[in-house]
Design a binder for this molecule. Structure first.
Ligand SMILES: [Zn+2]
Length: 65
């Protein structure tokens, strides 16, 4: 069982990376990018933040809508 993700969530509730990733299970060690469906390790925010920069499907600085 790996609770790293849960602990990270508890400690960083405002983490905006989670606006772009979902876990199929709270205990998953990987989160899925909601834009391109790629699985990214969520043990650290670094990997998720990096993916946010390289994800081609990620909306960037898009005005409302
Ligand atoms: Zn992506």
């Amino acid at each position: 069982m790996n609770l790293n993700c849960l602990k990270t969530l508890e400690r960083q509730k405002t983490s905006e990376v989670w606006l772009h990733f979902v876990q199929s299970k709270p205990t998953d060690v990987k989160a899925r990018c909601i834009h391109c469906s790629e699985l990214i390790s969520c043990k650290t925010k670094d990997a998720m933040g990096k993916h946010m920069r390289i994800c081609k499907m990620m909306p960037r600085e898009v005005p409302d809508g």
